[in-house]
Design a binder for this molecule. Structure first.
Ligand code: DC
Length: 225
């Protein structure tokens, strides 16, 4: 069974999707991490972001693998580095290229083949897995998402003004929604969860409930004797 979770930056998708996968005993795929890894590789190789052909061949050659929760790019552990601001700010140069999206989408489909998986990103329920059995779209208001991020960073000892976080978030939302391929949007058959005012636990419970109902509806009816 494939469960897709799409939604904007800062909606808490990764943590929630990981928890959902753990509870269900499903595999988990963070597709944003793949876009981040390809971006980091391009920065390390100092590829000019205007050189689309070189970016495409770099993306097609890069090997992205997981060892438990660690992400390896060409065998190098990049788990931390892919979260750095320079990577986040440069992703659009990679995510906007249709050939790179196609290559990463193919990898995502291969990973999901024949296994139960929760996969999260922007385009999972729309472009990558249009036939997924269960589709979720997790969102929250811009103010709520920025407030949560602000608190997270403060907890890490990296206080950043709320307005600055909101501004960067609005920019990313516009990029994610404006991309002609892999556009951030809910699939027509997605269940939309708006998490303003809801706790992490409540959101996970709502998702579990949706997935379990879907599983039941897919079970062949027990024959009566
Ligand atoms: O989920 P994230 O914040 O780690 O994703 C980083 C960026 O990667 C996001 O702003 C857009 C891009 N992305 C994408 O284009 N398609 C996906 N399926 C996942 C992420």
């Amino acid at each position: 069974m494939i469960v897709t979770i799409d939604g904007p930056a800062g909606a808490g998708k990764s943590t929630i999707a990981r928890q959902l996968a753990d509870t269900l005993g499903f595999h988990f795929l963070d597709t944003g991490a793949m876009y981040r890894a390809v971006t980091l590789g391009a920065i390390r190789k100092q590829i000019d972001f205007a050189d689309t052909a070189l970016l495409i061949s770099h993306a097609q050659r890069a090997t992205i693998e997981w060892q438990d929760t660690r992400l390896l790019l060409d065998r190098d552990d990049v788990t931390q580095e892919i979260r750095s601001p320079i990577v986040t700010d440069s992703i659009k140069h990679i995510a906007d290229i249709p050939e790179i999206r196609e290559s990463l989408s193919d990898q995502q489909r291969r990973i999901a083949e024949c296994q139960n998986i929760v996969t999260e990103g922007r385009d999972q329920g729309t472009d990558v897995f249009p036939h997924a059995e269960c589709k979720l779209f997790l969102t929250a208001s811009p103010a709520e998402r920025a407030k949560r991020r602000h608190q997270q960073l403060a907890d890490l000892g990296r206080p950043i003004p709320l307005e600055q976080i909101l501004e960067a978030q609005n920019r990313r939302d516009a990029e994610d929604r404006g991309r002609p391929r892999g556009t951030l949007r809910p699939a027509d058959d997605a269940v939309i969860i708006h998490s303003d005012g809801l706790t992490f636990e409540t959101v996970v419970e709502m998702m579990l409930d949706t997935v379990r109902k879907k599983m039941q509806s897919l079970q062949p009816e027990a024959s009566e004797h």
